[in-house]
Design a protein around this ligand. Structure first.
Ligand code: DON
Length: 560
């Protein structure tokens, strides 16, 4: 009997430890990189260990993801960075793709004005002018401390040595292989059946990176790589020209900044909708006692859902590229405006989305972007979300250069006012114009508490990006979770239309779900097996860093 009790206690201790281990992220003293692949986090950390700062590590991590995570990491896409220096200075970098000069408002419509299926998502016509190389060089030029050569060397080595295929990667490649074959005229490396533990070597990508290492940013926008890229895109029926590449510039932007209780949230400004939407939602829920309602309770889900519904209804009506449209950001995120929007909310009954007037939006969601968070040993922080848009972007792979091209043009409204094949309904603010940037949901975010760095957070997930970032911040702030625990929690999402709460399956109690249904909410557990893949860092009260790497992917936190 005694033996049995001892055994029982032992099992209990093992189970408890396991649970704790799972909920406690990697802890480090000095620096931390959390990204979608262990190889990329490791290279980022190696740069910090060499004395580089968060921006040096950003360049390395971003390009290492282009090697190790071709699903979303890229040379052929774009992204956004939000940063906070150790002296409190903040800023944002926009290296979002742009519409080519030859783009036009109706380029995805047929002669009857109908959207041509697949034209904005598959193949060369879907490509926006890539921004990633311009972005990393712009960040490095302003803040980098190590020479580019040393930063790129381990990345080039990684491409040559190759990447070990994970189970998740094997599954993703299998799923998208038919489209690789459909889009590409010649066989590509990913046509082969890659299995878990195989090694994929990226020799062409290594050569491209080597030329970029030697010749810098202009190699991509005006050099041999530019020539090869333009020839390739045009041979495949695309409209991007050398002039498009030559004219591309990444831009410094002013981040969206707002208060939530005692937190200061710093997030991405337009052309991402992320910061504005996050601010609208957080200002709307601030007056409610979420902590008293408890985590993922009926009442907290109601308040968050209703705030999300209203913010997303505004999103595409008002937002677009600030270089082309005037955006009333201050009004949109002011407590007066937001509280007025919430005045129609009651705990007794769900608001119907059809009764919410602003906006014309329905965004499809997916999780093919990628986010990484970095804090360096000097206290600088960067939060970066980067994407090809869909999984492997347009599926068009330039074998000679070794990378996929984005299908970011699909983030424009192909036909203002009507849904396109992926459910996007656009408005005037996001119509296609040459050289314009398409509206995004990417929400790289940094949180301050008591004027100090508190959290670095972000995620992929299309329209669910904003609500995943929101829930992660709330899990830490309202529900007092640690970073990993906050990342692990089940997530839900509402985006005005369709009028449903998407929920991660088998994650919410029957009781909570039944009560929500009774109150008039429609729940959808079938279309979002995972919502977001959050990679985040929390500064603990003792000054140490806790990484939160999302177990929904192969994401990994490494510290030192
Ligand atoms: O910029 C955007 O909002 C989208 N292109 C992001 C796409 C994304 O997150 C894809 N997978 N989630």
């Amino acid at each position: 009997m005694k033996k049995n009790i001892t055994l029982f206690l032992l099992i209990f201790v093992i189970i408890s430890c396991k649970k704790n281990t799972k909920n406690l992220g990697v802890i480090s003293e000095k620096g931390m990189v959390v990204s979608a692949r262990e190889e990329a986090s490791a290279i980022g950390i190696s740069i910090l260990k060499k004395g580089g700062n968060a921006f040096d590590a950003m360049v390395a991590t971003e390009l290492a993801l282009a090697v190790a995570y071709p699903y979303a990491g890229n040379l052929g896409g774009g992204g956004f960075m939000v940063y906070r220096l150790n002296n409190g200075e903040i800023g944002a970098l926009d290296y979002r793709e742009k519409a080519p000069l030859a783009a036009s408002e109706n380029m995805y419509l047929d002669s009857l004005g109908n959207v041509i299926k697949g034209k904005s998502t598959l193949g060369a016509m879907a490509i926006g002018v890539p921004g990633t190389i311009a972005g990393v060089f712009k960040a490095h030029e302003k803040f980098g401390t190590l020479p580019i050569e040393g930063i790129l060397s381990p990345v080039i080595q990684l491409a040559k040595k190759g990447i070990i295929v994970t189970k998740k990667q094997e599954d993703r490649l299998k799923k998208h292989r038919p489209n690789f074959k459909k889009v590409n005229k010649s066989p590509i490396i990913f046509d082969s059946i890659w299995k878990q533990n195989d090694t994929i070597k990226y020799n062409s990508l290594a050569k491209t990176l080597l030329r970029i290492q030697q010749n810098g940013r202009n190699e991509f926008y005006n050099g041999e790589t530019a020539d090869k890229l333009v020839t390739f895109i045009q041979e495949n029926g695309g409209i991007i020209t050398k002039e498009d590449l030559q004219k591309y510039q990444a831009k410094w932007r002013t981040p969206v900044v707002f208060k939530y209780d005692d937190l200061k949230i710093i997030s991405m400004s337009p052309p991402s909708s992320g910061g504005v939407c996050l601010a609208q939602i957080m200002k709307a829920i601030e007056p409610y006692e979420l902590d008293e309602y408890k985590h993922n309770s009926v009442k907290s889900i109601q308040v968050i859902t209703e705030a999300e519904r209203r913010a997303y209804a505004d999103r595409s009506f008002f937002l677009g590229d600030p270089d082309f449209v005037i955006i009333p950001i201050d009004t949109l995120i002011s407590p007066n405006y937001v509280n007025k929007r919430m005045s129609t909310f009651s705990f007794n009954k769900a608001t119907a989305s059809k009764d919410i007037t602003h906006g014309n939006l329905y965004i499809s969601e997916s999780d093919e972007t990628t986010h990484y968070s970095i804090v360096d040993q000097f206290g600088n922080a960067v939060s970066v979300t980067t994407t090809l848009n869909g999984a492997y972007g347009s599926k068009l792979y330039c074998s000679e250069l070794g990378f996929f091209l984005n299908n970011e043009m699909d983030d424009f409204s192909s036909k203002p006012g009507e849904p396109n094949m992926f459910g996007l309904i656009g408005a005037e603010a996001n119509k296609i114009v040459p050289e314009k940037r398409m509206l995004s949901s990417m929400t790289p975010t940094i949180v301050e508490k008591n004027n100090k760095l508190f959290m670095v957070v972000g995620t992929p997930g299309g329209s669910t990006i904003i609500t995943s970032v929101l829930q992660t911040i709330l899990n830490v702030h309202e529900y007092k979770m640690g970073m990993q625990e906050a990342v692990n929690q089940p997530r839900f999402h509402h985006q005005w239309l369709p009028d449903v709460i998407k929920m991660e399956p088998k994650s919410f109690s029957e009781q909570v779900k039944n009560q929500l249904i009774k109150l008039g909410y429609t729940l959808d557990e079938n279309n979002a097996p995972v919502i977001g893949k959050v990679d985040a860092i929390l500064v603990l009260p003792n000054g140490k860093l806790e990484g939160g790497a999302d177990p929904r992917g192969d994401d990994t936190a490494i510290g030192f």
